[in-house]
Every structure is written in C-alpha cells, then in structure tokens.
Design a protein around this ligand. Structure first.
Ligand code: C2O
Ligand code: CU
Length: 472
C-alpha cells in the first residue's frame, strides 16, 4: 500500500511537469489532494458564551463535508497541526485496510507537524463520516469530526441535500470544554463521558433552510462520544431511506424516535412544506427533558415545484455493491463475550498476556472492560479468516450498560437477537446492544487486512472494549 501511495503521488506530479507549458511548475490546482488540517480553532457552540476553543478540521466544527464520488479515487492529505499525534478513520467506508486510519493497527499515528496521504476508492454511495482513531475520546470530544458524502454514480431525485450532524459536548457556563473531565475512570466505567450541550452542525438549535415543497435528503449522524441520542422527526413526516450509509430495501417512516447511537447514521427524505414562512422543529427526545435540536424553515425564494413525483414511500436509493449472500451453513462463528464496567462483576482480565485483577487493571491501565477476558487491543487477532468466508460474531453483552458495537471495513446484518431469528435486518456498521442483550451479526469477510471490532462509546473502547480480526 505504501508503495502504491508513493507511486500515485509521484505519478501525479510527473504528469503535471510534463504537460506544463514552457517548463512552468505545475499549479497548485493540479493537485488532486483535498487538504484536511487538524489544528486548534474556535467555534460558536454556545450562543451566549464566548467562542469555545476546539480542535477542528479546516478550522471548522464540524470539519468540511467531504463530497466524494462512488467508485472514484479520493485523495485526502491530512496535516497534523495538533500538539499530539492523530490519525483519520473513514467510518463505514469499505476501503483498503492500509487507509483505515487505525493508529497502532493499520498505520503509525501522524506525529505533530506530520502528514499522511489517504488515497482510497469508496465502493459504496451514502453517508459516512471521519474522525481520529487515536485518543478518540479526547480528539472527537474537542471537535475533530466531519461528514463524508459519497455521491451516487447517477444523481438521486432530491432537490436539496442537507446535513444534520449531532454532537454532545461537555461545556462549562463560559462555553469552554470541560477539560477536567477527560480521562475520568468513573465515566469510563459507566456510560462514558456524557455531555451537557447539544449542537447540530456545530450550532445550538440551528435553522435549516428549505425551498418550498423541496424534496430533501437529510443526512443525519451522531458524532457523540457516548450519549445515545434520539430525535423526533415527526413534524417532517419523512422516511428513513438508509442506515449507516446502506440503502434500505423498503423505506421506513421516520417517526418520533429515531435512535442514533454514537457513530450511527440515518438518511431521511421528506418534502418541505409548500408555504414560505412555515417552520418545523426537530427535537432531541432521549431524556425526560426533550429539547429542540434544529428547525427547518421554508425561507428560500422560489416557486414551489408543483410537478408530479413519486410518493415518499416509493423512494429508493440504488443498492451498493455489498456482498449480501451469507453462507450461514459454512460460517465461521466468533464468540464475543462483553464484560466489565460498573456493577459488572468482572473479577480479572488479561492485559498484554498478563492476568490482572480488575482493581489493578483500573488503577494501572485505566482498563475496566474486556472482550473474551482480554482488556484492550490484543496482540493477536480474535481469529484469522479466509477472504470470502461468512463470519458470524456472537456478541453477548454481559454488562449493565448499552454498547454501540462497530465493525471496521464491512457492513453486517443482525441475524439473531436474544435467541430469536431476525429476518432481513438492515445492513449496518454499528449496532446498539442494550444491557444484557445478545446479538449475532453476520457478514462476508471480503476485505483483506486487520479490522477492529469495538464499542463506539469511545471511552469504553479506550477502557478495554476493542479487539480485531484479520482477513487473509
Ligand atoms: Cu468510527 Cu473504530 O470507528
Ligand atoms: Cu460500550
């Protein structure tokens, strides 16, 4: 992979030199690279407070929406302007392993002042996102995240394409990030570092603007570290057409409680009201105190398009080239026992080959969770599986906490939940398992390399809930 990256890099420069007239240097515009710099910045998260010091991509929270094309190579040059190492993971994209951005598994972290060129060809259209995969519990919470839109090869029949990027911040009354709460083992052993301030697209209750009667695709993502959010979209009266980037075979009504666990996405399609001036409200309803999250207002000029169009229930996105034929009879099953956390009763676990009591693990390593009795990233994979094999991961959440289980490099579907067979579950990359739940997920392991399986409540990952498997 490294040699291919270098080859592409020099190849592009050489083409520029050869074709530049009069021996001029190639212009900067000839570079295919999108520049993405992670560095300190400020953001207006809390309207009545001072701007919040954050870490951001391209100086903005969220980072720029990266619009890439399905099946076309993308070139993204990440520069690290932070004072600590970082990396960028392309969440949900089934790309080559060397570009997956997992510091310590697929690449070395990018040092401060360093740079890494990510080059990959996204096979699937849809809604994805990017975030650091090094100290994610701090770097994501400080504002490092952004949306990746992979555009379908043929344009989809919508009039507007909007984003809804939900985040859960922990801020003081002055608007500053609550630094003292980073790395607190108490949070890590419970539900993770929960915030106290909701933003959508980096703003507090922003207004999204629509044209009259526009058919709108709203790309929703939760970039929260740990909070499980739920949104009431009922005023929009739309349908969910994709989850975690993958189109649904049949759209579902979006309803009044769309759950977005950390890292999950949903594409919602709805028709804006016909009359200018009308406003709709989207609410966050996961707690006993629902709050407005954003509004949608028909403020843009333009006559309503009154032409006929298919009803929302008939809206379909084209399917992605996912391997969907599961050979369950010949599947390789990987048991994954999830243990630990507060009130969990985990007595001991193995860390770097040494069995340690939970107290010692917590005190010396900040580890309080385990997969199959191992805390933290093991040196050897959970399993090595042959490419093309169907894999079943039997996830058994023997903890008192919910976990948003994420698989890298593949999409899976739940085939069994709490002992009951599930038919035709959606293809996802992250599945929420409530306390004491058990779910079997299945997928075709078609992507060679080393792939993480972890909880996306990033404090849980940092405190032990992470493993990997290898496709050979
Ligand atoms: Cu959002 Cu390991 O990933
Ligand atoms: Cu978890």
């Amino acid at each position: 992979m490294i040699s291919r990256r270098h080859f592409l890099g020099t190849g592009v420069a050489a083409v520029g030199l050869v074709t530049a007239p009069g021996g001029a240097w190639p212009s900067a515009a000839a570079s295919p690279f999108i520049d993405l710099r992670a560095a300190p910045a400020t953001a207006l998260l809390m309207p009545k407070a001072a701007a919040t010091p954050v870490w951001a991509y391209g100086g903005e929270v969220p980072g720029p929406v990266l619009r890439l094309k399905q099946g076309q190579p993308a070139y993204i040059r990440v520069n690290n302007g932070l004072t600590q190492p970082t990396s960028v993971h392309w969440h949900g994209l089934r790309i080559e392993n060397a570009m997956d951005g997992v510091a310590g598994l697929t690449q070395d972290p990018i040092p401060p002042g360093g740079r890494f060129d990510y080059i990959f060809t996204p096979p699937d259209a849809g809604t994805y996102w990017y975030h650091p995969h090094h100290r994610s519990w701090e770097q994501m919470a400080r504002g490092l995240y952004g949306l990746v839109v992979i555009e379908e090869a043929e344009p989809v029949a919508v009039d507007q394409d909007l984003v809804f990027i939900a985040d859960d911040w922990r801020l003081g009354a002055d608007g500053a990030i609550d630094d003292a709460s980073f790395g607190q083992l108490h949070d890590w052993a419970h539900g993770g570092r929960l915030g106290n301030w909701l933003t959508i697209n980096g703003r507090s209750t922003p207004q999204l603007t629509a044209r009259p009667r526009a058919r709108i695709r709203l790309r929703c993502v939760s970039t929260a570290n740990a909070r499980i959010m739920a949104f009431d979209f009922s005023e929009l009266d739309g349908v969910v057409v994709a989850l975690d980037g993958q189109p649904l075979a049949t759209p579902l009504p979006v309803g009044d409680r769309l759950v977005l666990a950390p890292s999950q996405r949903a594409d919602v399609v709805f028709d804006a009201p016909t009359d200018t001036g009308v406003t709709r409200t989207i609410r966050e309803v996961s707690t006993s105190n629902p709050v407005p999250a954003a509004t949608l207002a028909v403020t843009m000029a333009g006559d309503p398009d009154t032409g006929a169009r298919p009803p929302l229930g008939a809206f379909r996105l084209p399917a992605n080239p996912l391997p969907t034929t599961l050979d369950l009879a010949e599947a390789e099953t990987l048991p994954l026992l999830m243990e630990g956390g507060a009130m969990g009763g985990l007595a001991e676990a193995t860390f770097k080959g040494k069995t340690m009591g939970l107290r010692e693990l917590a005190r010396e390593q900040n580890l309080v969770w385990a997969f199959n009795g191992v805390a933290g990233l093991p040196e050897t994979p959970l399993r090595r599986v042959t490419r093309g094999r169907t894999v079943v991961i039997d996830m058994n959440n023997d903890t008192r906490w919910p976990h948003a289980m994420h698989l890298h490099g593949h999409h899976f579907r739940v085939i069994e939940r709490n002992g009951k067979v599930v038919a035709d579950a959606p293809w996802r990359d992250t599945e929420l398992l409530r306390a004491d739940e058990r779910a079997k997920i299945a997928f075709v392991a078609d992507n060679p390399g080393k792939w993480l399986v972890h909880c996306h409540m990033v404090e849980h990952m940092a405190a032990g809930m992470v493993t990997w498997f290898e496709v050979i």
